[in-house]
Design a protein around this ligand. Structure first.
Ligand SMILES: [Zn+2]
Length: 162
């Protein structure tokens, strides 16, 4: 037997626990519930008492043929949902759907220095983030250059010949 996974107890499990703790106070009920979870409380020969395959708690199967495996319709629905999700994941793993390639796939962003592996993609996307300077800014740079010369160091000349 593997480890039991407990989930939100379903209706059948709650009903079963309720029957066993009928009329008890909270303090009296606690050890009863503890024994119930360990499986020490009920008659082991009673084949109708079993663990719900979804929520993991004990419950009593009152169906005619004793063939149900979940304690409530909610648990049955949840287990079906889980199975479908698992099947979908397996199918996806074995036969993955081809994904459409997008321009952003060409951007290697996870390295220390991000870079593009395709120039077209870079221009197509990059311009939105690195806009060229406007005309006014370029005029300013050009004017500054003509006065002070190239480069970042300002070469200042002051004419003292008034
Ligand atoms: Zn259940």
């Amino acid at each position: 037997m593997g480890e039991i996974i407990y989930r939100q107890p379903g209706g059948g499990a709650i009903e079963f626990a309720k029957q066993l703790t009928e009329g008890l106070t909270r303090e009296q009920a606690a050890p009863v519930i503890a024994a119930l979870l360990k499986g020490e409380l009920h008659d082991a020969s009673d084949k109708r008492i079993k663990r719900c395959q979804y929520c993991g708690y004990y419950w009593r199967d009152d169906s005619l043929r004793n063939t149900r495996r979940t304690c409530s319709d909610d648990c049955k629905r949840s287990i079906k949902t889980m199975q479908r999700a698992r099947q979908r994941a397996d199918a996806e793993l074995l036969n993955p759907k081809p994904r459409k390639r997008v321009l952003m796939d060409d951007y290697v962003y996870w390295t220390e220095y991000p870079y593009w592996i395709n120039e077209y993609s870079m221009v197509k996307i990059g311009w939105k983030y690195e806009k060229p300077d406007g005309l006014a800014v370029m005029d300013y740079i050009e004017a500054k250059r003509s006065i002070y010369g190239e480069g970042n160091r300002n070469k200042m000349t002051i004419d003292f010949d008034f």
